[in-house]
Design a protein around this ligand. Sequence first.
Ligand code: DX5
Ligand code: ZN
Length: 216
Amino acid sequence: MAIISPSILSADFCRLGDECRMALEAGAEMLHFDVMDGHFVPNISFGVPVLASLHRGIPSAFFDVHLMISHPLSYVDAFAKAGASLINFHLEAEDDPAAVLDAIEAAGCKGGMTISPGTPAEKLFPWLDRLDLVLVMGVEPGFGGQKFMPSALDKLAALKAERQARGLEFLLEVDGGVNAETAPLCTKAGADVLVAGSAVFAAADPAAVVQALAAV
Ligand code: DX5
Ligand code: ZN
């Protein structure tokens, strides 16, 4: 069984609360919240006030916040106060990763680090003992609905092997291009958490997709 973290980037924002509740009732254990700044990635999504509203409306939800922004350090506190459960930031961002992890810990959130397709898994190795979750991108960050890049599978396998060798316990998450076809490849390679945006929210029966992905 995989943990499912539906990416609400592909939800109908006019009905965002209902879309989140539907995903949670279908068995999603997290909600993936994609923050884009138009600088680190060539797109802009949503930010702190939207998370605060969702957290107020659904206080029990686990918010898996994925910061695709150049300066995560400046925003950790604001997202933590708004209700982030876990804060994921990119190793490729401009801030010192140690300082960002310190801020996440001080804010009382779980911490995750993310790598884009061009970054080797080994670059994460020095940070693994500080992480609750590692996120491997299956697409270039910035947009939903892209095709999965199989290079993510080798990275998942390498990170799983390293986790085992060092007796660590972080979760392995994969994001981008995850659907009924690619999800089994990801879990086989070692993914514990599957992020899925368009596969869930563009489906005729999103709840059924959440359930099917969880059973992979
Ligand atoms: C991409 C985002 C993803 C995106 C995934 O930059 O980080 O979370 O929503 O969308 P799908 O599942 O459609 O590839
Ligand atoms: Zn994401």
